[in-house]
Design a binder for this molecule. Structure first.
Ligand code: KIV
Ligand code: ZN
Length: 388
């Protein structure tokens, strides 16, 4: 089995399904260029058959992007698949991603089709797509809630028709990490031709477990592709967050032992671009890309980080594109952090007693003000009552 974990970004397709996150063609192209700088392996650019606008967006991205595979979603029918192929014609590397629901609930209530009809449609669609494109991904929508015996039959059939990636969506975010990991493993073990395709995970965040489920799909299930979005954008509570899954695999390489092609220094610029474009603000305490992700406020933590960053940092802020970690001066800060900030600001106090006096002033101010900025400190040490 390969040691490379393929990162499939679907910010521009599933991410855009977030209510209020719709993007113009130019906005999508700008984000696609950033995803290429981030070195994601696959960019799902949109759903070409869904509208003329999305067709144009997929086409522009396919024409412009050289280093990532460009993918379009398509329902499992000839019209959608043909539209996807047409939009992708200019791509250096193209992928068609076709899907049909396989859970009893979706087949009966939504598609109004029998399982045998769904199986036949999946088979025929992959056969049709394979004649237009060498790289075909198949997703059984609501796969995690599907009957495992039926799902095995569908997946075996589409592999026989030439599907190169099998993606198992937890469409409604119902999975639990261990169960989802075991589910992927069971499918891989039971399907005789399973090693002919790459297995992929696609998890939604309705119970806040999209990243954990995806990682279990990789570790327990042996998946080698993760579908994810910048800032975890996506339908309802969102998708698996790219920055979290990537940094988990990188930071805990000792556990996952997988290679990534991602340039992690482009994560924060990508996060900012997606937030600005969609207007979906990133919460301050969001892992990796939140404003507080590398900020230290307590005196004990600040003292530790100033002595050795590893004491309270498991990743480097610079590695994900922040300019540096942040020591936030406030009422919990200690003398050491205060002294360091003075040095950083080029302020030299003559003696220890001057420093002590300034520190008292600082603590007094911090009791009244939640965050102390550099300007406050300069004003404070310039104050005659301190320097006297
Ligand atoms: O969540 C889902 O099931 C999807 C499929 C179309 C892959 O987004
Ligand atoms: Zn999805």
């Amino acid at each position: 089995m390969s040691d490379k974990l393929i990162i499939f970004d679907t910010t521009l397709r599933d991410g855009e399904q977030s209510p209020g996150a719709s993007m113009t063609r130019d906005e999508k192209l700008r984000i696609a260029r950033q995803l290429e700088r981030l070195k994601v392996d696959v960019i799902e650019a949109g759903f070409a058959a869904s509208s003329n606008g999305d067709f144009e967006a997929v086409k522009s991205i396919a024409d412009a992007i050289k280093d990532s595979t460009v993918c379009s979603l398509a329902r499992a029918n000839d019209r959608d698949i043909s539209r996807a192929a047409e939009a992708l014609r200019g791509a250096s590397r193209a992928r068609i991603h076709t899907f049909i629901a396989t859970s009893a609930l979706h087949m009966e209530k939504k598609l109004r089709m029998t399982p045998e009809q769904v199986l036949e449609q999946a088979r025929q669609s992959v056969r049709f797509a394979r004649n237009l494109c060498a790289d075909i991904e198949f997703s059984p929508e609501d796969g995690y809630r599907s009957d495992v015996d039926f799902l095995c039959r569908v997946l075996e059939a589409v592999i026989d028709e030439g599907a190169t990636t099998l993606n198992i969506p937890d469409t409604v975010g119902y999975a639990i990490p261990e169960l989802y990991g075991n589910f992927i493993r069971t499918l891989r073990e039971r399907i005789p031709n399973s090693d002919k395709a790459i297995w992929s995970v696609h998890c939604h965040n309705d119970l806040g477990m999209a990243v954990a489920n995806s990682l279990a799909g990789v570790k327990i299930g042996g998946a080698r592709q993760v579908e994810c979005t910048i800032n975890g954008l996506g339908e309802r509570a969102g998708n698996c967050s790219l920055e979290e899954v990537v940094m988990a695999v990188k930071t805990r390489r000792d556990y996952f032992n997988l290679d990534l092609g991602i340039d992690t220094s482009q994560i924060v610029p990508a996060s900012r671009m997606v937030a600005q474009t969609t207007g979906f603000v990133v919460q301050p305490n969001k892992a990796v890309v939140g404003a507080n992700a590398f900020a230290h406020a307590s005196g004990i933590h600040q003292d530790g980080v100033l002595k050795a960053r590893d004491t309270y940092e498991i990743m480097r802020a610079e590695d994900v594109g922040w300019s540096a970690n942040k020591i936030v001066l406030g009422k919990l800060s200690g003398r050491n952090a205060f002294k360091q900030r003075l040095q950083d600001l080029g302020v030299e106090l003559e003696s220890e007693s001057e420093l002590n006096a300034a520190f008292v002033k600082f603590k007094d101010l911090a009791d009244r003000k939640s965050e102390i900025f550099d300007e406050d400190i300069i004003a404070l040490v310039g104050d005659e009552s301190v320097s006297a």
